[in-house]
Design a protein around this ligand. Structure first.
Ligand code: SF4
Ligand code: SF4
Length: 370
């Protein structure tokens, strides 16, 4: 399996990483099979968090593969924001994982500037992680966050984190475009390792796993972490990694155009409709709809399982309050649309812009009825 530099740490990671969250869904005996199978196939990156089942995921990893500790790069996370809490969390994680050290400790889900201020305070979690480094319990410090990347961008400017974990997939490419436009170039310029999570958008792209992984592997990232909870999934994910050929820009454009999950609802942010006589900025409103619920509620129910999955995932990242605040500040909102239809034929993706504006305005302006 291809290996890549893990930023400037001197580590090299297999392009497919093993994400430990879904170990909560399977018994220890099956976790043993999957984790050892992954290592046997050449994988070397295992990631978890204390917060996954209050240490259960960590304990399953410790019981399954701690006897092979020199074969993998081990990453865990702490949700603590203070120095002592972080130190206690590291000690608990090491005990769960049956190891003397983790390679990377990620500050978990640093979602607000207040979180960032807290972890970087003199008595914050990063100070605790630095002490754990001096004690040989942690080798490198990073941080993670879902969705909109403002806080991660600010974090990389304020502290020399060695790794950053973020959401990248071809679906959320259109909901959080700043990740690929701003965060990735900044991390690459600083030689900070990028850990890609959610290559199949929390399961939304399950029917398109092969192109989804190919898209993810094609990003300038160190490792793509997949949540693996079955032998069939392990086999499939390994096969995608082994067969990986980078996507060209043309390949990506074709995927953006044809992907069934994007269909004729998700705005591709191309700007070709921008000539509204009312001054409505449609791609901006649809970008805020992406922040709000990843453009997942489209006003139609065609497949029950898909509908249920979207309902479960749409507020997963918790950016909806921020989206409503940003929408409130727009001087021209979606309800100014006069349905003149000038924009409609201009959308290359067949989006019913008038209808979508109504749905986005309903969501973002917190209206009672659509
Ligand atoms: S249909 Fe609505 S959004 Fe489109 S150009 Fe006319 S007023 Fe603007
Ligand atoms: S033309 Fe279509 S895809 Fe492009 S910005 Fe407008 S609505 Fe979005």
């Amino acid at each position: 399996m291809e290996k890549r530099d893990f930023g400037n740490t001197g580590l090299r990671t297999s392009i497919l990483g093993f994400g430990g969250f879904h170990l909560l869904e399977i018994p220890l005996a099956e976790a043993r099979v999957l984790l050892n199978g992954y290592l046997d196939a050449g994988g070397n990156y295992i990631e978890t968090a204390f917060g996954y089942g209050d240490g259960e995921s960590e304990r399953k990893i410790g019981l399954s593969v701690s006897h092979r500790r020199d074969e993998y790069i081990l990453v865990t996370k702490t949700g603590e924001r203070g120095r002592q809490g972080c130190l206690d969390s590291v000690n608990r994680s090491l005990s769960n994982l049956k190891t003397e050290y983790v390679d990377v400790l990620l500050m978990h889900a640093v979602g607000t500037m207040e979180d960032l201020d807290a972890i970087l305070a003199p008595d914050g979690a990063v100070a605790g992680a630095e002490q754990a480094m001096r004690e040989g319990k942690v080798r490198f410090i990073g941080l993670s966050m879902h969705g909109q990347p403002d806080v991660l961008v600010e974090a990389l400017r304020r502290y020399p984190f060695r790794a950053v974990m973020t959401t990248i997939n071809y679906y959320d490419h259109f909901n959080f475009p700043e990740i690929e436009e701003t965060l990735l170039p900044l991390a690459n310029a600083k030689n900070v390792a990028v850990i890609l999570m959610k290559p199949v958008a929390d399961g939304l792209l399950y029917r398109s796993a092969e192109p989804a992984f190919r898209y993810a592997f094609s990003q300038p990232v160190s490792v793509v972490v997949g949540g693996i909870n079955s032998r069939a999934m392990l086999e499939a994910d390994l096969s995608y990694a082994e067969a990986f050929v980078p996507m060209s820009d043309e390949d990506k454009e074709k995927l953006y155009r044809d992907a069934p999950e994007l269909g004729n609802y998700v705005c591709r942010q191309c700007g070709k409709c921008l000539s509204c006589p009312e001054g409505i900025d449609m791609p901006e409103i649809f970008r805020l709809e992406g922040y709000y619920d990843r453009q997942m509620a489209d006003g139609t129910v065609t497949d029950t399982a898909d509908f249920a999955l979207r309902q479960r995932l749409r507020f997963w990242f918790g950016n909806n309050g921020m989206a409503r605040n940003l929408y409130r500040d727009l001087s021209v909102k979606g309800d100014r649309c006069t349905e003149c239809r000038i924009c409609m034929p201009k959308c290359p993706y067949g989006i019913d812009i008038i209808r979508k504006l109504g749905i986005a305005d309903y969501k973002l302006a917190d209206k009672d009825i659509y």
